[in-house]
Design a protein around this ligand. Structure first.
Ligand code: NDP
Ligand code: MG
Length: 384
């Protein structure tokens, strides 16, 4: 990708109406002359999309599924909007803030087209990390993570050689059930699961943070982003969400990246990496106000979704795609009130037992594994 100094860079914000999307628009608005919005896409929230269009004046607006009011004639309608937005000539950076596997094609197309992908949509990498790497190699694109843990790791690594790294230590807040007994977790309601202690996020990732499936997704994401084997990637619970992750080097030195729990910083860094630019919009870090910082082991036995995700990671092949799709489908049913909290992990377990060894690493096979896992979870939920 060309990086001419002084030129304002065009950003396509996919999923602009979501938690990360709206954060990104706030961050970009604070950097006039450096970044400008050229494309916006949403799934169905046309009212917010229209007000974002008025505020940012993009050259492209896409809506996947208009429900109700007729959208403006200038908007592109349908699922192809994501790839269209991601591959436009006036786009330098694609900020993929779509939730779930629906973001896959846009990520791959943007990488093939040589764009920087500022990637919040971690499901893309979990499902098809090898395809994303191949698309980077072919098209010259690059992935810069938006996820705060991976942004932290990238910042700690700097330009150092990967051979200097002994271990990645990914921090987890522990979610709302960190201190709950297994019996209480089993009876958790939707409202309980949506009450995240440190982060305000979209509903799907908030539930993933309650089951800790999110940490499994993040371990797989780290494996593909940084090329480390799973034995070298650990998870530790850090309830304050101030240390965003750590890197241990071969000499035993450990670097951590810290900051207030705000996604504005990792979003901005994904746009500017490896440079840093001034931004006074994020609350300043105060070590005394944020103390004490504590760490504890993760309760793997009480959060089976994490254990299942780590097992799927090690199995490789289509297993991570099955894990991801089963989780997406189960969480969707949980959010609709059609599944109990404990059934999310049980559904993933059953789907992996049935489909985890599906073969094939190409896109067609991965999409088939994804579809089979979703169907498996839905059928199981209907039986129960
Ligand atoms: P939200 O649910 O808040 O937003 C999702 C966005 O994607 C919305 O703009 C939504 O449009 C759009 N969207 C949903 N489904 C589709 C679809 N099928 N096709 C196209 N667009 C769709 O999610 P978040 O912002 O919380 O999360 C986005 C991604 O970032 C996820 O992968 C998440 O794991 C990751 N992430 C989020 C963090 C956070 O702090 N929120 C932190 C780290 C990672 P509409 O509004 O119209 O429905
Ligand atoms: Mg994260």
């Amino acid at each position: 990708m060309t990086r001419e100094a002084g030129r304002s860079r065009g950003v396509a914000v996919l999923g602009s109406t979501g938690s990360i999307g709206t954060t990104a628009l706030r961050v970009i608005a604070r950097q006039p002359g450096r970044f400008h919005v050229v494309a916006l896409t949403a799934f169905a929230n046309s009212a917010l999309l229209a007000s974002q269009e008025a505020a940012t004046q993009p050259s492209y607006v896409g809506l996947v599924s208009p429900n109700g009011k007729k959208p403006p004639a200038s908007w592109r309608i349908g699922a192809s909007a994501l790839v269209e937005a991601a591959t436009r000539d006036d786009v330098d950076i694609v900020l993929n803030a779509v939730v779930g596997a629906a973001g896959l094609d846009a990520t791959l197309a943007a990488l093939e087209a040589g764009k920087r992908v500022a990637l919040a949509n971690k499901e893309t990498l979990v499902m098809a990390g090898e395809l994303a790497a191949a698309a980077c190699a072919r098209g010259g694109g690059e992935i810069v993570p938006v996820d705060s843990e991976h942004s932290a790791i990238l910042q700690c690594l700097g330009r150092r050689d990967r051979n200097d790294v002994r271990r990645l230590i990914i921090t987890a807040s522990g979610g709302p059930f960190r201190t709950w007994t297994p019996a209480a977790i089993g009876g958790a309601t939707l409202a309980d699961a949506l009450r995240h202690p440190t982060w305000s996020m979209g509903r799907k990732i908030t539930v993933d943070s309650a089951t800790l499936a999110n940490k499994a997704l993040e371990v797989i994401e780290a494996h593909f982003l940084f090329g480390l084997p799973y034995e070298s990637i650990e998870v530790v619970v850090h309830p304050q969400s101030v240390v965003h992750s750590m890197v241990e080097f071969v000499d035993g030195s450990v670097l951590a990246q810290m900051g207030v729990p705000s996604m504005e910083l990792p979003v901005l860094y994904a746009l500017t990496h490896p440079e840093r630019v001034r931004d006074d919009g994020v609350p300043r870090f105060d070590p005394v106000a944020h103390s004490p910082l504590t760490f504890e082991p993760v309760r793997l036995a009480d959060f089976p979704a994490l254990r299942l995700g780590l097992e799927a990671a090690r199995s490789g092949g289509a297993a991570p795609a099955v894990f991801n799709a089963a989780n997406e489908q189960a969480v969707a049913l949980f959010l609709e009130g059609k599944m109990q909290f404990a059934d999310i992990a049980a559904s993933i377990d059953a789907a992996l037992a049935q489909l985890g060894s599906m073969s094939g690493r190409d896109k067609v096979s991965l999409l088939a594994a994804d579809a089979a896992a979703r169907a498996h979870v839905s059928a199981r939920a209907e039986r129960n």
